[in-house]
Design a protein around this ligand. Structure first.
Ligand code: NDP
Length: 296
């Protein structure tokens, strides 16, 4: 019963990566172009190190060039901006990703502003934010893009469905809402100042949780038959003494009783985010060479 309701992000991501690898191969054979992704990690945050290792591994597996810059935690903003300038000018680099969060001495906004918008595979640069909100393409942030792919795989056409996005960050909540709007959903964005959040959630055919609060969305907040996408990744202490585990923003065991389909944590949205990074790198490489990106 539960297995039937699970949206298996790992499986969808593997299939997406396969299609991306095939298109990357075609790009190399037809035009001699190898897409290149440069990642920048500042400091030694263990979770960030794991993310970057995964990203670099999957870049290579997709047949792309992977460049990694590991900078010490005390790197100055000027030095990081100089690194970005160098990568902006490097023709073998089509995509640049700076792992967030950054140490306090560095302004996140200055860093995002410094990345060439054409190489901004995270889709955080103001130019790409503007293009998305105007419905004019641009580079779409990886996590919301992955969520929309999952929704379309599960539901097909999203037209007319009521979508509620809980969370209004620039990285997840806001671009997620834009993408759902683009897919003809009726979209509500909720946040920490929203009144009566349970009632707002109960109205949703599609519920996206991007909050950062472990198991906050309860089962009875979910409309019978809704599709639930849990973006949250929260580390909590596990039942096993002295150990920790990852949980989402949705109380999964309760929610699965009400939902038609739901993403697990881990194994839901996370794998799609990295696959979409590969997708964006491929798209960036095509556009920078005047080639129409493949429709994947
Ligand atoms: P932010 O902290 O930037 O934003 C959280 C949002 O949730 C804010 O808009 C905040 O509202 C809202 N919020 C916080 N508490 C409540 C509450 N009690 N009730 C209603 N709304 C609340 O987080 P991110 O968007 O960056 O990330 C959200 C989650 O997704 C995190 O767990 C993160 O780890 C995860 N994540 C997962 C990814 C993946 O690949 N699976 C990728 C990126 C993030 P307000 O604006 O009012 O403060």
């Amino acid at each position: 019963m539960i297995a039937e309701k699970l949206i298996d992000g790992k499986r969808f991501a593997a299939s997406l990566r396969k299609r991306i690898a095939a298109e990357t191969n075609r790009l190399r054979e037809t035009y001699g172009i190898v897409p290149g992704l440069a990642t920048i990690l500042v400091g030694e945050d263990p979770a960030s190190q794991v993310y970057i290792r995964n990203k670099n591994k999957q870049t290579v597996e997709a047949g792309m060039l992977s460049l990694g810059e590991d900078l010490p935690g005390n790197t100055s903003e000027a030095d990081l901006l100089a690194t970005i300038k160098k990568l902006n000018a490097d023709p073998s680099v089509n995509g640049i990703l700076v792992q967030l969060p950054l140490p306090n001495q560095i302004s996140q906004n200055s860093v995002i502003d410094a990345i060439d918008p054409a190489k901004d595979v995270d889709g955080f640069h103001l130019r790409n934010v503007g293009l998305l909100s105007a419905g004019r393409g641009g580079m779409v942030p990886c996590t919301p893009l992955g969520c929309r792919i999952l929704l379309k795989e599960c539901l097909g056409d999203l037209t007319g469905l009521k979508a509620v996005v809980v969370g209004r960050s620039n990285i997840v909540g806001k671009p997620m809402a834009q993408l759902l709007l683009e897919s003809n959903c009726t979209v509500t964005i909720a946040h920490s100042r929203s009144n009566n959040l349970p009632a707002i959630c109960r109205d949703a055919d599609i519920l996206i949780a991007a909050i950062g609060q472990p198991r906050m969305i309860k089962g009875d907040w979910i409309k019978k038959g809704a599709t639930v996408i849990d973006v949250g990744i929260n580390r909590v202490s596990s039942k096993e003494k002295g150990k920790t585990c990852l949980v989402g923003d949705v109380a999964f065991e309760e929610a699965v009783e009400h939902a038609k389909a739901i993403t697990p944590v881990p194994g839901g949205v996370g794998p799609m985010t990295i696959a979409c990074l590969m997708h964006n790198t491929l798209v960036a490489a095509c556009r920078q060479n005047g080639i129409d990106p493949p429709d994947i």
